[in-house]
Ligand binder design. Sequence first.
Ligand SMILES: Nc1ncnc2c1ncn2[C@@H]1O[C@H](COP(=O)(O)OP(=O)(O)OP(=O)(O)O)[C@@H](O)[C@H]1O
Ligand SMILES: [Mg+2]
Length: 333
Amino acid sequence: MKIALTYNLKEKDESKPPDYFSEFDSEATVNSITSAIGKIGHQVLGVNVSKSDLFTYFKKNPVDMVFNIAEGKHGRFRESEVPAVLDYLNIPYTGSSSFSLALALNKALTKKILKAENIPTPNFQVFSKGSEEMDIDLKFPLIVKPNCEGSAKGINKHNVVTNKADLLQVVKETIKLYNQQALVEEFIEGKELTVGVLENGKCKTLPILEIDFENCKQSGEYFYSWRMKEYQGNTALGLVPVFHCPARLDKEVEERVKDVVLKTHRAVGCLDISRTDIRLDKNNVPYVLEINPLPGLDPKESNFPIMAYAAGMKYEELIEAIIKSASERTGFN
Ligand SMILES: Nc1ncnc2c1ncn2[C@@H]1O[C@H](COP(=O)(O)OP(=O)(O)OP(=O)(O)O)[C@@H](O)[C@H]1O
Ligand SMILES: [Mg+2]
């Protein structure tokens, strides 16, 4: 097959805030996927979505399928842009539809669906101004997040608050800085888990990944904040989370987590691949924080490949499984 890889490459621009390009992919990721698709035996074309007019590009360069990891260019529905264009051009692509990508990018809307499906997710309130009355049922500590970002953008340790004055301050800052609603959630103390779903023939979970921040305490960071993600592995900064895959869980808890994750993948309508972030509370209730239909695929750094390796897959096999899942769905082989 002739496959185009659609991506947004990280850029360097000192005039932008430090987390501006965090969602975008590194050259290492793009090169690794390109080389994996080539090794599988397909012809591959790279398309940096930030620099391309997709309509013109695909008219000039017809392809059989797109391997999509692009985060899109603008606004609240940016991850939907590429799938929407590909649907218009009738080109099959890997991964979720524009609908699921837009939904998952809106954390509060996703949580409403999860609640309707009886999937545990932390209690929450959305603030549009910062002057709203606080919901009296919400229990501190709370965490404030931009409602429509990823890669932990706008999520730092001072976003965890223990009183109303701090809450409203951080809510206002978040709304202003990210020009969007702020999501306020109960902060779930407990194990951090993330779980990959790969629909290779069947909709299946990969071994659960537990991320342990115990070793990072001296750095002052204690959860998967932006700083933790950005500088993960930096020993001088003490940002050295320990990964356990499979996670250290009882069989029964493991099954409960996997069940919740598969239900989440289906409730949001994800296809081929997704990664769901979970916090396990002291009663072992798995609370879904969010689902990522475009999980990072850096072969060394990203959570999803770590889970695939624990399942015995090589990087090429992971990429092949995603293509196979999409091919079977769309009728290509
Ligand atoms: N309600 C919560 N309780 C405890 N920790 C939380 C909560 N919400 C967020 N966190 C912490 O902040 C991290 C980032 O939050 P979240 O996954 O919602 O943001 P994101 O930017 O979409 O992440 P990603 O980088 O996976 O795209 C979580 O992995 C977790 O460590
Ligand atoms: Mg997350």
